[in-house]
Design a binder for this molecule. Sequence first.
Ligand SMILES: C[S@@+](CC[C@H](N)C(=O)[O-])C[C@H]1O[C@@H](n2cnc3c(N)ncnc32)[C@H](O)[C@@H]1O
Length: 154
Amino acid sequence: MRRDALRIWPELRRRGFRNGVVYADPPYSKDHYSRYYHVLDTLVRYDYPQAIGKGRYRPDRFVTPFSLMTKVASSFDRLARGVASTGSALILSYPSNGLLAQHEDVDLAALLRRHFRTVTLAIQKPSVHSTLGARHGEHTREVEELIYVAHPAT
Ligand SMILES: C[S@@+](CC[C@H](N)C(=O)[O-])C[C@H]1O[C@@H](n2cnc3c(N)ncnc32)[C@H](O)[C@@H]1O
């Protein structure tokens, strides 16, 4: 459907999407994902936009609220509320050092529990992330990859 994951839920409900499983792998850093993901976005949109500069950027580069400190917590809340509104389960991957972790007062499992009956940290695994060469000195970073399973039923 090529739509914003935070706004798609009313339409999915209208189309009868119920009791499904939603996998989400939201952006986890402040780096604007469209610096890298604009190529994939364009492949999916297939709309031949103007390509600008060395990065061959789209003129309408998307800035995701998951990468903004002021909006990341409300974005997770909105995503969880949307998935739960369809009676579906959410499988969510997010690293331990994701932007949300910088909000000391926000706990991801507690946030999910506001919308789902059962929330399990199903996988916690050491992993290495590429920094994608963005303004950081190091090329890779050691993190813990977390995978939560949030279910509407007990
Ligand atoms: C960590 S990447 C996911 C990578 C994906 N799992 C893969 O293997 O290619 C996060 C993705 O979420 C997309 N994204 C960010 N905000 C979004 C939103 N509000 N709605 C839909 N997709 C979004 C980004 O464009 C990016 O493709």
